[in-house]
Design a protein around this ligand. Structure first.
Ligand code: C5P
Length: 223
């Protein structure tokens, strides 16, 4: 249909948590619902983009208009799916709450109670998917998320530089808005500027975010 701020562009969105298995019945996860990422995928499709959605374990239907959905569970599965899709997309919005650590070993049998000695779980760090994509010689326009419980501004600006991305969408979590809510507020940072997006339903917020992304995308491609 040709219209829309993202017409002709291919947009990859990652969403939801990752689950890192401990044994056949237990895992380490986080409180991401996937709703923000799914709202972004839906909004991008509505604005004319060809959308690929890589989803962690969530209970959400595929948004209307999304061309391709790839379901994954662990950070390493997400990494594989994102790398494959990032090779041929224009914009990657990394909204997934990727687990920073996973158990060093996955037990093939259910762990048993060990008594008073307690249980120490050895963890190893997961790959930083977004930072890996940022380091590729030919990479899409990159939008990272920063969910922080404090010092949002400082962490977000730091992340913009450290990860080498084009934009950071920061939100404060842990005080009602954010992870498990239908509403959210975001503060966007890019090299040389920032803007606060007022609290709104996630779908509306997604439209506001993508309007800025489209504007920055076109600027970086013509500079
Ligand atoms: O460093 P931090 O985890 O706060 O950065 C968050 C951003 O990085 C999000 O966009 C998230 O999707 C991405 N990320 C990632 N791989 C990780 C951890 C975070 O892609 N292992």
């Amino acid at each position: 249909d040709g219209g829309g701020a993202l017409a002709g562009l291919s947009v990859l969105v990652s969403a939801g948590p990752t689950y890192e298995d401990i044994d056949p019945v237990r895992f380490i996860g986080n409180r991401s619902s996937g709703r923000m990422g799914f709202a972004i995928a839906e909004a991008a499709a509505a604005q004319g983009a060809a959308v690929t959605l890589v989803a962690g374990p969530v209970h959400l239907p595929t948004p209307p208009g999304v061309a391709e959905r790839i379901d994954v569970r662990s950070a390493r599965e997400m990494r594989e799916a994102v790398h494959a899709a990032a090779a041929h997309c224009d914009i990657f919005v990394s909204a997934a709450a990727v687990g920073d650590y996973r158990p060093a070993e996955v037990s093939t049998h259910k762990l048993k109670k060990s008594g008073d000695a307690g249980l120490a779980l050895a963890l190893v760090q997961n790959p930083d998917i977004l930072a890996e994509i940022a380091a590729l010689p030919r990479r899409p326009f990159l939008v990272g998320f920063a969910a922080e419980t404090r010092d949002v501004d400082a962490y977000a600006r730091g992340k913009l530089a450290a990860k080498g991305v084009d934009m950071i969408a920061a939100n404060r979590v842990g005080d009602g808005a954010g992870f498990e809510s239908e509403r959210n507020a975001l503060h966007l940072y890019w090299p040389g500027g920032d803007v606060a997006l007022a609290e709104a339903p996630k779908r509306e917020l997604a439209d506001a975010l993508l309007a800025r992304v489209a504007e920055r995308y076109r600027r970086t491609r013509t500079e």
